[in-house]
Design a protein around this ligand. Structure first.
Ligand code: C2E
Ligand code: CA
Ligand code: CA
Length: 394
C-alpha cells in the first residue's frame, strides 16, 4: 500500500540499458516517485516537454550522445535541474563529469556507480527526497517484526506547590531505527501505519516498552515518573483497546493512573459514539486522557466538555515564539482559562525558550514540554535529565 505520489516527486532516468531503466522505475515508483525513462537526448527532450522532473538520473555512457552533451542540453533548456550521475566508468570519470555539471550551474546531487545496488539507489533517493519518501507496508511490517521501533522520551516540567518546576512525567515518542537511514521520526511512517491494522501492535509495543522503562527508572533510581502515550485515531474505534492497554500496564507493573493517553482533536471527531465509549472506558480503568494538538483541528469544544479529559495540550504552533506574537498570547490565554474552567490541567507544547517558559508560567500554565525543558531523549538519559532540571519559577 502506498500513499499518493506528491508533486515535486518526478524522476527521469536517462539510460540506454532498458534493464536499468526498469529497475530504477520499479524501485522509485514503489516509493512514490512518478518516473519516466528514456534512452538518449532526443527522447529526453520529448519527455521534458510535458514532464518537469525534480531529479534526472543520467547515465554517462550512451551510444548516441554522451552524458556531457545531455548536461549541456539540461543547462541550456532546464537550468537548475537536479542531476544524479550513473556510470560503470569508475570514480574519476564520474567525478570529472560531476564537476562539469556544477560549473555550468546544474544542481549536481552526486553519483551512483554501476552495477547499481538496490540499497545505494534507495539510500540516494531517500537522502535527497526525504520529505517525499514513501514507506511501503511490507517495510513497516518487517521493521515491526525485527523490533526496529523504539520509544524516545520527552520530559515534561510541572509546577509544584511552591511555584518551582520539576520533571514528573515523560511523553513516549516513537522512532524507527532504520538499518540504512538512521533514526526516522514519525512523520515518515506514522501516517501510513495509522491506516494499517498493524498500528494496534505498534501502539501495544510502545506502551510495553514505556512501562518497562518506567519500572526501571523506579527500580534503579527511585523515580516514579508518569508516562504519556500517543493513541492513534483509528484505535478509538477498537473496543478491545481499554482492556488490552490495561493488561500491558499491569504486566509491566505500572498503575494505569500513572499513564496518560493522548488523542488528537481529529481523533475524537471521526466516530463520536464509539470514540466516547472507548475513551470513557479507558478513563474508568484509571488511565488519564489528554487532548493533544489543541487548536489545530476542527472546533471541538463540545468534545472537550463532554468527554472525560484530564488534560489539554496546546499545540506548539501557538506556543513557540509566544512572547513575540500577541495574537498567540490571546489564544493561549483563552485555552488556559477554558481548560481550567472545565477542570483540566494545561500543557504547553513547543516551549523553546526561557522567555516562553516564563510567560506561560505567568499565564498559569500547569505543564511545559519543549526543547527548552529537554528534547526527546533515550530512556537511559531520563534519570539524569529529570534530576537536573530545576526552574525556580515566579
Ligand atoms: P506530538 O504528539 O504533538 O508530539 C510532539 C512533537 O513535537 C514531537 O515530534 C516532539 O519531538 C516535537 N517537539 C517537542 N518539543 C518541541 C519544541 O520545543 N519545538 C518543536 N518545534 N517541536 C518540539 P515527533 O517526535 O517527531 O512526533 C511527531 C508526532 O508523531 C507526534 O506529535 C505524534 O502525533 C506522532 N507520534 C509520536 N509518537 C507516536 C506513537 O508512538 N504513536 C503514534 N500513533 N503517533 C506518534
Ligand atoms: Ca502527543
Ligand atoms: Ca502535540
Amino acid at each position: 500500500m502506498n500513499m499518493h505520489a506528491e508533486a515535486g516527486n518526478n524522476l527521469v532516468v536517462v539510460d540506454d540499458e532498458a534493464l536499468i531503466c526498469e529497475f530504477i522505475s520499479d524501485v522509485a515508483s514503489s516509493h512514490g516517485f512518478e518516473v519516466r525513462s528514456c534512452c538518449g537526448l532526443g527522447p529526453l527532450s520529448k519527455v521534458l516537454a510535458d514532464f518537469k522532473p525534480s531529479l534526472v538520473l543520467l547515465d554517462l555512457n550512451m551510444p548516441d550522445h554522451d552524458g556531457i552533451e545531455v548536461l549541456r542540453f539540461l543547462e541550456a533548456q532546464h537550468p537548475g535541474t537536479s542531476v544524479m550521475l550513473m556510470s560503470g566508468e569508475g570514480g574519476r570519470v564520474l567525478e570529472a563529469a560531476l564537476r562539469f555539471g556544477q560549473k555550468v550551474g546544474l544542481n549536481m546531487l552526486g553519483t551512483l556507480e554501476k552495477p547499481m545496488e538496490l540499497e545505494s539507489l534507495e539510500a540516494t533517493l531517500y537522502q535527497n527526497w526525504r520529505g517525499h519518501w514513501l514507506i511501503r507496508e511490507e517495510e513497516l511490517r518487517l521493521a515491526l517484526d525485527r523490533g526496529q521501533f523504539l520509544a524516545l522520551f520527552q520530559p515534561r516540567a510541572h509546577r509544584e506547590k511552591d511555584g518551582s518546576w520539576r520533571i514528573r512525567d515523560v511523553e513516549a515518542l516513537i522512532r524507527w531505527q532504520h538499518p540504512r537511514f538512521g533514526l526516522l521520526t514519525p512523520e515518515h511512517f506514522i501516517p501510513l501505519a495509522e491506516e494499517l491494522p498493524m498500528i494496534s501492535e505498534m501502539t501495544d509495543r510502545m506502551l510495553a516498552q514505556s512501562v518497562d522503562h518506567a519500572a526501571r527508572w523506579m527500580d534503579s533510581h527511585g523515580m516514579n515518573l508518569g508516562l504519556s502515550l500517543n493513541l492513534p485515531t483509528s484505535q478509538l474505534s477498537d473496543s478491545d483497546l481499554p482492556d488490552r492497554l490495561l493488561g500491558i500496564a499491569r504486566q509491566g507493573g505500572v498503575d494505569a493512573s500513572r499513564i496518560t493517553l493522548e488523542v488528537t482533536e481529529r481523533g475524537t471527531m471521526r466516530d463520536t459514539a464509539i470514540a466516547s465509549e472507548v475513551l470513557t472506558r479507558c478513563r474508568l480503568k484509571q488511565f488519564n486522557l489528554a487532548m493533544d494538538d489543541f487548536g489545530t483541528g476542527y472546533s471541538s469544544l463540545t468534545h472537550l466538555a463532554q468527554l472525560p479529559f484530564n488534560e489539554l495540550k496546546i499545540d506548539k504552533s501557538f506556543v513557540t515564539g509566544l512572547e513575540i506574537r500577541s495574537s498567540d498570547r490571546v489564544i493561549v490565554r483563552s485555552c488556559i482559562a477554558l481548560a481550567h474552567s472545565l477542570g483540566l490541567t494545561v500543557c504547553a507544547e513547543g516551549v523553546e525558550s526561557a522567555a516562553t517558559f516564563q510567560l506561560l508560567d505567568h499565564m498559569g500554565c500547569d505543564t511545559m514540554q519543549g526543547y527548552w525543558v529537554s528534547p526527546p531523549v533515550r530512556a537511559a538519559e531520563i534519570p539524569h535529565v529529570a534530576t537536573h532540571f530545576r526552574y525556580q519559577g515566579l
